[in-house]
Design a protein. Structure first.
Length: 106
């Protein structure tokens, strides 16, 4: 995989992640800062490390399933693996400026 192909796939991944929402928050998971790592290996296998706004998030399974289904629809990816991590612990400072504005934090 060329660096250009990897970059193009990463852009598609980010665009798709921006369509995944926590049903309780009107902001996508990428803008919320819940995605910690996006890694695409040379064989086009995608690994994502992400977190939830709280360790006991009742919508965690829904969010991960939604993300996985959407990411698996991207042409060019061979596989999708999503890891839920809680280090570092998520906080509001990880949100994008637009997310903070949308939620009234600015």
């Amino acid at each position: 995989m060329t660096p250009e192909q990897r970059l193009e796939l990463e852009e598609k991944v980010i665009k798709m992640l921006r369509t995944v929402y926590d049903p309780e928050i009107p902001v996508d998971i990428y803008s919320l800062g819940l995605v910690y790592k996006i890694d695409i290996d040379d064989d086009a296998n995608l690994t994502i490390d992400m977190t939830m706004t709280a360790p006991n998030c009742p919508m965690a399974d829904f969010i991960v399933d939604d993300a996985r289904i959407k990411l698996e629809s991207i042409d060019g990816l061979k596989s999708v693996s999503i890891n839920i991590v809680f280090e570092p612990e998520w906080n509001q400072d990880m949100m994008s400026e637009e997310a903070k504005l949308e939620l009234g934090f600015l």
